[in-house]
Design a protein around this ligand. Structure first.
Ligand code: FE2
Ligand code: FE2
Length: 304
């Protein structure tokens, strides 16, 4: 889907591994490749590096309930780097990868506490921040610098940027991780939405047993159609609205990233010939028939 397969850095060299081609570039050359923009190198705080070592995603996302999140993190790291390149962003790529890797660490604690991922009970953003802060407090000493502030902002505000007046330094990192997160969720959700609805994984039925779960407000449908993200916690009251929220991640990605998002949604994945075909199936299984048809028309017309 996206061409950047792997990026790693050693001393002064950055290795891009893209299919069979390995390109070695120095930092100076990299800035030329980056639309002429110099990258703003960030010295990563030692405390973040220790936290990173102690919380690698392959290690902390263990067990049946968390395995999907492990895959999610792997994809968000890769997509964050691809989006940074696509935008010719000047963010430090090594630090961006670290921020992307830990943006959802709070899911580990959320799952331990609740056995599910219910942000309306306790948000994984707050839990992730607490996890990092507890780690800091357990150290002999640490200093707060720009990298710590950015790292904390990514954990707390990814997906919720409108809530904060972020510093210019943090803004770009939070924005890229949020976009990669949306992108990844917009594609991968076709693999789990039906199961979530069938098992009441988000609690909409248990919290409101009387509600018609296929009902969709005009507000939600219009935002989906216009590709404008909205606050899921505030406006989703039924599974149909929750499914359309996921689809809004796709329409907003198309609006924001155009071709790159259209290509992604036309790639095979998660057992479907295309992600778009996955959406068609999910709509058919979770929405009222007329709404399913209407929603698919909106999405398909944006892609073709
Ligand atoms: Fe998240
Ligand atoms: Fe995420």
């Amino acid at each position: 889907m996206l061409t950047l397969n792997h990026i790693t850095k050693k001393e002064n060299f950055t290795f891009y591994v893209n299919c069979d081609i390995i390109i070695f570039v120095t930092r100076g050359m990299l800035s030329l490749e980056n639309g002429g923009k110099e990258m703003t190198e960030v010295v990563i705080n030692k405390a973040i590096l220790s936290y990173h070592e102690a919380n690698r995603y392959e290690t902390i996302f263990q067990g049946e309930g968390l395995l999907g999140k492990k895959e999610h993190i792997k994809n968000v790291i890769k997509t964050s780097l691809a989006i940074a390149d696509f935008k010719h962003s000047n963010v430090d790529r090594e630090f961006l990868a670290v921020c992307a890797e830990h943006h959802d660490d709070g899911r580990v604690d959320q799952y331990r506490l609740l056995g599910k991922f219910w942000d309306n009970v306790v948000t994984h953003n707050a839990l992730g921040l607490d996890r990092f802060d507890q780690f800091l407090l357990g150290l002999e000493e640490f200093t707060i610098d720009q990298s710590v502030n950015i790292f904390r902002d990514v954990i707390l505000y990814h997906g919720r940027m409108r809530l904060a007046n972020l510093s210019p330094e943090s803004k770009e990192y939070v924005e890229i991780v949020t976009a990669a997160d949306d992108f990844e969720n917009a594609c991968s959700c076709v693999s789990y939405l039906v199961h979530e609805v069938e098992t009441d994984a988000k609690g909409y039925i248990s919290q409101n047993p009387e509600a018609d779960q296929t009902e969709v407000s005009n507000f939600v449908f219009d935002h989906f159609k216009d590709g404008v993200k909205f606050d899921k916690m505030k406006y989703c009251k039924t599974y149909a609205e929750y499914v359309l929220f996921a689809a809004t991640l796709a329409t907003s990605c198309i609006k924001k990233y155009g071709e790159i998002a259209k290509v992604a949604l036309q790639q095979p994945g998660y057992g479907y010939d295309t992600i778009l075909a996955g959406y068609k199936d999910v709509f058919r299984k979770t929405l009222a028939p007329e709404m399913a048809e209407e929603a698919y028309k909106v999405l398909a017309s944006m892609i073709r």
